[in-house]
Ligand binder design. Structure first.
Ligand code: GLC
Length: 446
């Protein structure tokens, strides 16, 4: 592999900090300047991870802004719309949440679906960084935790109850966007089953920003995405209604693993900060239930996990990041876990001989589903590299974690902070100046 003449770590950190400053709208950081001019839920958590080494205070503001948009039922919505900013479709009028959903806040305006629950990780990083500072910064972090503990637990309770009503230990999603991996091949069969009814006329904004359409989902995919919105609106975003009315309903193993992990992280935070014992106990229970739910989907030989389509009753096995879900939450027996790590590091993923950097592509290059430039169908997403590197460190796999970090930093040293990268050429794709890419770099270099 060639040496990369890119920016030095110091230059790169400075540029990443400058980028976040540039994307700062005041009390929220846009996910990206043009393509995503609002706050996205899991982006906000990763952004807070990147802000924490720069300013604990500013990282707290980011999470406060997100939590101010929490719905009364506990859901954290996937988008919090910035006031007075257009340029994104579907925008708040299309979602019409405050008009239709009993649980939605009147303000700020939000979307009506959710995204992966990585927020406890951000809280953990804020607390970690606050300890390196004096008393006043530590107090900001502690005070945040006291103020928001109940909201964080409410968020987790909503997921555990509204999104796992049968207690299978797996979260149900009603839109591929809820997975954060919008057009992943994981959802192809389920979307193929969605018969799109009449969708009110619309014009996409994303393809006006990213001009190469091969880097974005297709129009056919968009019709189905928007039809699901109409179905939700008919159900007035009512949790109980969605269970039976949505034509897309999948148990997402990756989000379930993130949830198990996040429950464990939050439980530990709670223990260290004298949170109510009943909350901590419940968080541990959810962590265990979802760990069990994830592991139950895994192939006993390879350890690879699968999603489940509730509408067709079929398992969804894909060679995507989802198969590695058990590495996030643990619970596999030793042999299966080692087998799964071998796949992660082997020629089907990070060890593929033609990869520019040894980081996990969203879909395996040897899979028939692989498209090297198309969004979640193949490209490398730096923030996913960060997630695995953070989890591997937590799980005691220091060397693996450091390897992902150094390869991730080599990739980022081009300074574009792209949303995703072509795995073989390293070409930056999608949106440039993506906040969570900068945040990942800042945490790695912090
Ligand atoms: C895309 C991604 C999603 C992300 C959002 C904002 O929709 O698929 O995961 O949250 O962009 O960056």
């Amino acid at each position: 592999m060639s040496a990369d003449p890119g920016f030095t770590p110091t230059q790169l950190a400075a540029r990443a900090a400058y980028l976040l400053r540039g994307n700062d709208l005041g009390t929220m950081t846009s996910a990206a300047p043009r393509l995503y001019p609002h706050m996205w839920s899991w982006d906000a958590a990763f952004v807070a991870v990147g802000l924490a080494p720069l300013s604990v205070e500013r990282a707290v503001v980011e999470l406060d802004t997100l939590l101010d948009a929490q719905w009364r039922n506990g859901m954290i919505p996937h988008i919090v719309f910035a006031g007075g900013v257009d340029g994104y479709f579907p925008g708040p009028d299309r979602w019409a949440c405050s008009a239709l959903a009993a649980a939605a806040p009147a303000s700020p305006r939000t979307s009506g679906i959710t995204q992966p629950p990585v927020h406890a990780i951000a809280v953990q990083r804020i607390l970690d960084h606050s300890r390196r500072h004096g008393r006043s910064t530590r107090a900001v972090a502690e005070e945040f935790l006291d103020r928001r503990w109940t909201d964080l637990v409410r968020w987790h309770r909503w997921l555990a109850e509204a999104r796992d009503p049968k207690q299978s230990g797996r979260l149900t999603l009603y839109h591929g966007w809820e997975s954060g991996m919008d057009n992943s091949p994981r959802w192809d069969a389920s979307y193929a089953n969605v018969v799109a009814g009449p969708v009110p006329a619309y014009r996409r904004e994303d393809t006006a920003v990213v001009l190469d359409p091969t880097q974005r989902p297709t129009d056919g995919e968009y019709d189905r995405y928007l039809w699901l919105l109409e179905e939700m609106k008919l159900a007035r975003y009512d949790d109980a209604e969605l269970v039976s009315t949505m034509s897309f309903a999948v148990e997402d193993v990756f989000v379930s693993a993130i949830f198990s992990l996040a429950c464990e992280v939050l439980a530990t935070i709670g223990e260290e900060h004298a949170a109510p014992r009943s909350d901590v106990r419940e968080l541990h229970e959810w962590a265990a239930r979802f760990r069990g739910g994830v592991v139950a989907t895994a192939d006993p030989r390879s350890g690879a996990a699968r999603d489940f389509d509730l509408r067709t009753g079929r398992w969804i096995g894909t060679e995507t990041l989802a198969m590695f879900a058990p590495l996030l939450c643990g619970g596999l027996d030793r042999e299966s876990e080692r087998a799964l790590l071998r796949i992660f590091e082997g020629p089907r993923f990070c060890g593929h001989p033609d990869l520019r950097y040894a980081v996990p592509p969203s879909t395996s290059p040897v899979s028939g589903d692989f498209r090297p430039r198309e969004y979640w169908r193949g490209p490398v997403w730096p923030v996913m590299t960060w997630l695995f590197s953070w989890v591997f460190a937590r799980r005691g796999w220091a060397e693996r974690s450091l390897h992902l970090r150094s390869e991730g930093l080599r990739q980022a040293s081009d300074g574009s902070f792209a949303e995703y990268y072509e795995p073989f050429t390293g070409e930056p794709l999608g949106s440039m100046q993506q906040s969570w890419t900068a945040a990942s770099v800042l945490d790695w270099l912090g």
